[in-house]
Design a binder for this molecule. Structure first.
Ligand code: PEP
Length: 246
């Protein structure tokens, strides 16, 4: 299995930020892992042009479950593909919180992503209150069951475990907590899609940075990272790529 270093730029970046991508590619022309950056939709085509012929894949951060239609302000997986994307992040906790996205909606979006021939990066994770209440595995197990697209395979699905309380806070679970969740997810996924589960990349996300990347990547069943803040700077994301490639 090839490990995956994925970056989520969220609502950050204008065309000038593509210089960071040029710097990243100059420093890591042939990374030992897959690299993916998901900029705002306005930058997908521009980033894809910069990344053309390189080891960097480009993705969207959300899509509509339909391919086209009267849905003002939305964007479809087909449109993202047309702009040069190969992946789409679905069900990020910020979308679940800001836009009330349910597991069923995330699943529909993920299925639209697969139908367009793109890879779905499905995000799940517990809140701090849920962890404190001892509900972590029940919550993420339910999210995985409810968000998993029909037709998922090792090639078209990536799962990102992102504890909500670790996103953008500088706080991370202990390595033992990450290990517990990732082993649980691998097992749960086996029950859902059989042996294909062993090839699905399970990313950890939440305050990954150059200083903690190597220890997190050493945890069993951690097959890469989904990185927010640290993906905006070529030097930081490049250091995480290097840690994953080691
Ligand atoms: C994210 O938003 O997916 C994320 C993990 O953010 P950060 O790395 O900034 O915590």
């Amino acid at each position: 299995m090839r490990k995956l270093a994925a970056g989520n730029w969220k609502m950050n970046g204008t065309a000038a930020a593509l210089d960071e991508v040029r710097s990243l590619l100059a420093a890591h022309p042939a990374a030992g892992c897959e690299m993916l950056l998901c900029p705002p939709a306005t930058l997908v085509a521009g980033m894809a042009a910069v990344a053309k012929g390189s080891a960097l894949a480009v993705g969207g951060q959300d899509c509509h479950p339909k391919a086209s239609g009267a849905h003002t302000g939305d964007i479809s997986a087909l449109m993202l593909k047309d702009a040069g994307a190969s992946h789409v992040i679905l069900g990020h906790s910020e979308r679940r919180a800001d836009h009330g996205e349910t597991d069923a909606l995330v699943r529909a979006k993920a299925e639209a992503t697969l139908a367009a021939g793109l890879v779905a990066v499905v995000c799940i994770g517990e809140t701090e209150a849920e962890r404190d209440a001892g509900q972590t595995l029940a919550v993420i197990g339910g999210q995985l069951d409810g968000s998993l697209p029909a037709g998922a395979t090792a090639a078209n699905l990536v799962i990102a475990y992102e504890p909500v309380w670790a996103i953008g806070t500088g706080r991370t679970p202990t390595l033992a907590e990450i290990a517990e969740v990732h082993a649980f997810l691998r097992n749960r996924l086996r029950g859902l899609i059989g042996d294909a589960a062993d090839g699905v990349r399970l990313l950890y996300g939440g305050s990954v940075k150059p200083s903690n990347a190597a220890e997190i990547f050493a945890v069993p069943h951690v097959d890469g990272a989904l990185v927010g803040g640290a993906s905006l700077k070529a030097a930081d994301f490049g250091a995480i790529v290097a840690a994953l490639s080691a």
